[in-house]
Every structure is written in C-alpha cells, then in structure tokens.
Design a protein around this ligand. Structure first.
Ligand code: HGY
Ligand code: MN
Ligand code: MN
Length: 435
C-alpha cells in the first residue's frame, strides 16, 4: 500500500530531473579535465562537499563535515511542533568519491536521491511547516571515500562513521608517497580526532542506500528496481613477484627468472579458479613490471587482486586455492612471491526488515506489479561498513548494459524517479513499523 500520498508525479519527476542535472554538475568537479576523477581528501572532494552542504542547507538541514571528511546533513525528528534533537537518525546516503575515469552515477546518484527523499518527506514547505512526522531524525551522509582509489583501502569514510578506523591505516600512501595522515592534515582534518566521526548504534535507526546495480541483471530482466539481499565479501591484495632482471638479448630462456611472466600466469590462474566457482569473482586490475625497460627481462612484477564472493568462507577458500596455485607457478619459474592484504570486508546481509521495507517501497511504485527481483551485490558499498553499527538496506537501480566504473555508465531519469518514490516509500514503511 502506498503511504506517500499527496506527492504528485510532477513533483517526483522534478526531483529526478534535479538529480540528473546535479550528477552532471558534480561530474564537472574533477582532477582530470575530460575525465571524472575525485579522490579522498583532494581539492575536488572539498568542492563537492561544499556543494552537497549547500544543497542540504536548502532543505533546512543542519550540516557538518565530520572528522573523516564525510558531509552530513540532518533534519531533526518532529514531535508535534517541537524538534527532538536526541532522536536516533535514519541515515540515507552513498558516496561522492570516484574511481579513475569514472562514470557520473556510481555513489553520486544515491546521495542526490537521498536529498530528494528528504525534500519530499521533511523539507519545510512554503508555509514553513515540516512535512511528514517521522519517528526518527533523517540524516543524509555523502561518504568521502568508498572506492579506495587514492590509498588502496576502500570504505575509509564509512569505516570512520562505523567506528572501524584503524591506526595502522595512517601509514597508507598514495601514488605520490603522501601518507593518509599527511593528506588529513593537508585537507584541514585532525588525525587525532578521527574517532569523533564514529556513531554509536543507539544514535542510528538504520541505513538505506540507493545505488546503480553495476551489473546487467535488471536490464536483462527489464526491471527498473531491485531489493538487495547482501553485499559481497571482499578482499584486496597487493602482490609482488621477485625474479631477476637480466639482459633481454643475452639471457637464454633456461636462465630467465621473468617476474612478469610469473605474474601473468598468476592472473590467468585467478580467472580459471574463480570462473569455476559460483558467485566468486577475482580481478587483476593493476600489473606493473620493473625496472620496466624494453630491453630488460622484468626482475620484479607487482599486481593487485580484488576477490569477492557472496560468502566469506567460499571467498577465503578460493584465496587459499589461488595461493597454492601461485606457490606452484612461482616454484616452477624460480620466482618468489608475497601478498599484502590491503582490504578485508566480510559479507554484509541486508537486514530482513529493511529488505522488506525496500520491497514494499518498490512494490508501491509498480501498482499491480510482480514481486521485484532480489539481488546479491558483488560490488562493494558503504553499507558494508555501516553494517557494523546499524541495520542496512539497499535498493538497486537498473544500470543499462551493466556498464559501471566507466565514463559510459548510465541510469535513466525515469528509473531515478521510480527509485526516489520507492526510497521515500521505504522510509515511510519503516516509520510505520517503528512508529
Ligand atoms: O569496487 C566496488 O565494488 C565499488 O564500486 N566500490
Ligand atoms: Mn564504485
Ligand atoms: Mn559505489
């Protein structure tokens, strides 16, 4: 049953148009002209936070940039005519950072949709009165680092909010050798205060996120929206293979210890092992040879491994299998190898209640429609961290052709309109349950 009454289709369509226009506006905030690139603690991060804060204030939200650079906006709970600043908050959000040469919507569309949901439900109307009376405060958080593009460690912003920050992260470095600690200081944040970003479970009523699917499933099924059941268990590694750099002309094959060939064979083994498994995906996305000269047999190779699975146990078993395979490959080639784990996030189940409210929310947008699909998310999301402090629910939007982490990434304005309505309905369903 639809609870969002009195909101005209025109108002929702205008909200979706604003989301699409703002996605374009944010796409222009980039470190690399002609591409979209916005990493943690960069000048572009500061600029999009300022824009998001402006848009939050326009809705009557109290805003702050938290101790980890996340941009937060809050509408207090309304009790009759009184505002209750102690009420736990339902958080709506996603991230504003990007991968390299990114699309316009991954993360961004979820933040902007959250703002429109807040506008539909709670923004002061022209007469100065607030809208629907909810049994919780409403917060929108634009997370500062989900992708981990700059420091190799994903979910830095949401980990801070979830109280999962670890001191050994301060020494992480970016490609220029700047440490995370130095980047905090350059951005104007105090590393000693990062703990202040952490939220306690009792401050939160849950976390809901809308995100593009980043896969082709909804497009294939001709469905606009899905309920998310769980978010993948992910591990990321930086691997080093050591051999011996020698003359490319003078070194016969039986004397070579070519580190790049070892790494290449490892990448093929990752594909072979993972593709034989259900819901396990492994990707070697970076590979470099050293010293990196045309006439030198590579003495060292470095590569990354991103390994995801629906369940932690299956993912870990596959990593063990890959490790054994690497021992064999490197042994045959007289190479040494080691791996440093840079990210490890367990699978996060979306809370059954929040799956239900998202399902109800989607159903109410499709009158007489069939049950919406429920999908597992192989892509990572801020909810993976938030799950440590509160219940998490997610809604997926159709992503034509499943193209994501690429400039051609798409979502349609019509699907965004449906998604805004479904997310607003989900909030009201949750309010009805909690109220
Ligand atoms: O890499 C991911 O899964 C996500 O898009 N951050
Ligand atoms: Mn992404
Ligand atoms: Mn994302």
């Amino acid at each position: 049953m639809a609870l969002l009454t009195g909101v005209s289709p025109d108002r929702v369509a205008a909200a979706a148009r604003r989301v699409m226009a703002r996605c374009e506006e944010l796409a222009r905030v980039t470190a690399t002209p002609g591409e979209i690139q916005r990493v943690y603690l960069s000048p572009e991060h500061a600029r999009v936070n300022r824009l998001a804060a402006e848009w939050m204030r326009e809705l009557g939200m109290r805003t702050r940039q938290d101790a980890a650079g996340n941009q937060v906006g809050r509408l207090e709970r309304l009790r009759g005519d009184r505002l209750d600043s102690e009420a736990p908050a339902l958080v709506l959000g996603s991230h504003l950072d990007t991968v390299l040469d990114a699309g316009r919507y991954d993360g961004i569309v979820g933040v902007l949709m959250a703002l429109e949901v807040a506008r539909l439900l709670r923004a002061p109307a022209a007469d100065g009165r607030f809208g629907v009376d909810l049994p919780f405060a409403l917060e929108v958080i634009a997370f500062s680092d989900e992708e981990g593009t700059r420091f190799g460690k994903a979910l830095l912003g949401s980990s801070a909010v979830a109280g999962l920050w670890r001191d050994d992260w301060w020494a992480l470095t970016d490609a220029d050798g700047t440490t995370l600690r130095e980047a905090f200081l350059e951005f104007g944040l105090d590393p000693a205060r990062v703990g202040e970003a952490a939220r306690r479970p009792e401050e939160l009523a849950g976390y809901l996120e809308a995100h593009i699917e980043q896969g082709p499933e909804l497009d294939r099924r001709g469905e606009p929206l899905a309920v998310v059941s769980s978010i993948a268990a992910a591990r990321r590694f930086q691997l080093v293979v050591e051999g011996e750099a020698r003359h490319a002309g003078g070194t016969p094959y039986d004397m070579r210890r070519d580190a790049l060939l070892g790494a290449s064979e490892a990448a093929l083994a990752v594909e072979r092992i993972c593709s034989a498994e259900h819901h396990i995906i492994g990707t070697v996305g970076q590979l470099e040879a050293f010293p990196g000269a045309v006439n030198i047999v590579p003495g060292e190779a470095r590569f990354s491994l991103d390994l995801r699975g629906e369940f932690d146990g299956a993912r870990d078993r596959v990593w063990d299998e890959i490790s054994r395979e690497l021992d064999g490959i490197m042994g045959r080639r007289h190479l040494r190898w080691n791996a440093r784990e840079v990210h490890n996030a367990p699978a996060v189940m979306c809370a059954p209640l929040l799956q239900d409210v998202v399902r109800e929310g989607i159903l109410s947008t499709l009158p007489g429609g069939d049950e919406p699909p429920t999908l597992f998310s192989p892509a990572g999301h801020d909810g993976m961290a938030l799950g440590a402090v509160t219940d998490v629910g997610m809604l997926f939007l159709r992503n034509p052709d499943g193209v994501s982490h690429h400039p051609d990434e798409l979502v349609s304005g019509a699907d965004v309109a449906l998604g805004i309505r479904a997310l607003a309905e989900s909030v009201l369903q949750l309010a009805a349950d909690r109220g």
